[in-house]
Structure formats: structure tokens, C-alpha cells
Design a protein around this ligand. Structure first.
Ligand code: CA
Length: 229
């Protein structure tokens, strides 16, 4: 399965180290930023799968960053868990209103934090989950990397596998090439957009053997979509 990348935005080095240690222990990849500006630079390069965002940061606050990310089409869907020393109800509501998916108060229990991360990823980034997805005659198992189409096993390259998994967990939505690079490749800066076309073509060629290539549709002028219609 694809390793989820978690961006840790925390200005206290000791807490950041603790977070990174726990996140990596759980098999995730940790990226670190000490303030909102550094976080934005990292996000510009590649979209993380989830952001653990400290409320109190030097310069612009965690809340401000959450609002900015939610206001931008490219970043509005990134799951965010706010991390803060504040525990009162009003702050919690403020955090959730700014677009955070969840909220955890310091000092936190690493186990609870990891459980929250997993829950948010399950809900918001189903392509990061190990659950079997079955739709349109295709069954895909992230844990075993097996795919079958109309009951027959099919062989896919690693990129086609990730692409298909993403599509199957985001059915009927149209994605531009840049969005697919962000979501599936994790890089929209250094990979050329026509790379997407190459892998879409390969994916369709494999699905064609089972007569299922029509599931991967070109949307003229916009990009691609996985559709049952
Ligand atoms: Ca802080």
C-alpha cells in the first residue's frame, strides 16, 4: 500500500520529534515544518495526506493556515488534525470551523493521536486505507496488491495500481491531470502532465482485456473520471 505522508507543523522541536517518532512507528512518512510559511512551501511541492497542525505557531497561526488551505481548491481536501494546548470548548469549535477534521489537546497520548490519524485517513483519504474496494466488476485489495476484473486476476504496474485505487475510491469525480499528479504521484511540480496520459492508457489496455476500459473516462478539456455510467 502507499505510505501516507503526514506533515507535522509544530514549532517546538521536542514535540515535533515525538510526533515524528510516533508517526513513523505507525508506518507513516513524516514531513516537518516549524511554522506555517515552511508548511506552505512543502505543500506547494507535494500534497501531504494529512496535516497535524499546531495551533500556536510563530508568525501566522495554525488556525490561519487551516483557513488558507481550505480556501484553496488544490488544498481544500487535505485532512487536518489541530494540535493544541488549549482545551476549552470555544477553541475547539473555532478550530473545527476553520476546517479542521479533528482536534487533539496537549499533552496527548500517542496511542490516541494515532487512532485519530487513522480514523481521519479512513474517512477522508480512503485510497490510503487497506480495505478491499469492489466496484464496477473490479475488486482491488491494497493489502495483497491483487486486482481482479470480472473475477479474473489482472496484472497492473505499481502506478496503474495506485491510479486505479484512487479512482475506485473517488468514483464519478473528474480530476485534472495536475490533480491526479498531486493525489497519485504526490508531485505536480516535477512530473509532466502527459505522464498521466501514459499511465491512463496502460490502465485502459489492461482493463480492455476484461471489457471494462469504459470505466476510465476522458472528460474533454478537464481530465479523467472513473464512472459506472
Ligand atoms: Ca506551538
Amino acid at each position: 500500500m502507499t505510505t501516507a505522508t503526514i506533515l507535522l507543523v509544530e514549532d517546538e522541536p521536542a514535540i515535533q520529534e515525538l510526533l515524528a517518532f510516533n508517526v513513523e512507528q505507525c508506518g507513516f512518512r513524516a514531513l516537518k515544518a516549524l511554522d506555517a510559511e515552511a508548511a506552505q512551501l512543502q505543500i506547494k511541492q507535494a500534497l501531504p495526506d494529512l496535516i497535524l497542525l499546531d495551533w500556536m505557531l510563530p508568525g501566522s497561526s495554525g488556525i490561519e493556515l487551516a483557513r488558507r488551505l481550505r480556501a484553496d481548491a488544490r488544498t481544500k481536501d487535505i485532512p487536518i488534525i489541530m494540535l493544541t494546548a488549549r482545551g476549552d470548548e470555544r477553541d475547539k469549535i473555532l478550530g473545527l470551523e476553520a476546517g479542521a477534521d479533528d482536534y487533539i489537546t496537549k499533552p496527548f497520548s500517542p496511542r490516541e493521536l494515532m487512532a485519530r490519524i487513522r480514523a481521519v485517513l479512513r474517512r477522508r483519504a480512503p485510497q490510503m486505507s487497506e480495505e478491499i474496494v469492489s466496484i464496477g466488476g473490479i475488486e482491488l485489495s491494497p493489502a495483497t496488491h491483487r486486482v481482479s476484473a470480472n473475477g479474473e486476476n489482472i496484472e497492473l504496474g505499481p502506478t496503474e495500481f495506485r491510479l486505479l485505487h484512487f479512482f475506485m475510491t473517488h468514483v464519478e469525480r473528474v480530476y485534472s491531470r495536475a490533480q491526479l499528479l498531486d493525489q497519485v504521484w504526490g508531485d505536480h511540480v516535477f512530473v509532466e502532465e502527459r505522464t498521466v496520459d501514459v499511465h491512463i492508457r496502460r490502465l485502459r489496455q489492461v482493463l480492455e482485456l476484461s471489457g471494462l476500459e469504459r470505466l476510465v473516462q476522458t472528460v474533454r478539456g478537464s481530465g479523467y473520471r472513473f464512472s459506472l455510467q
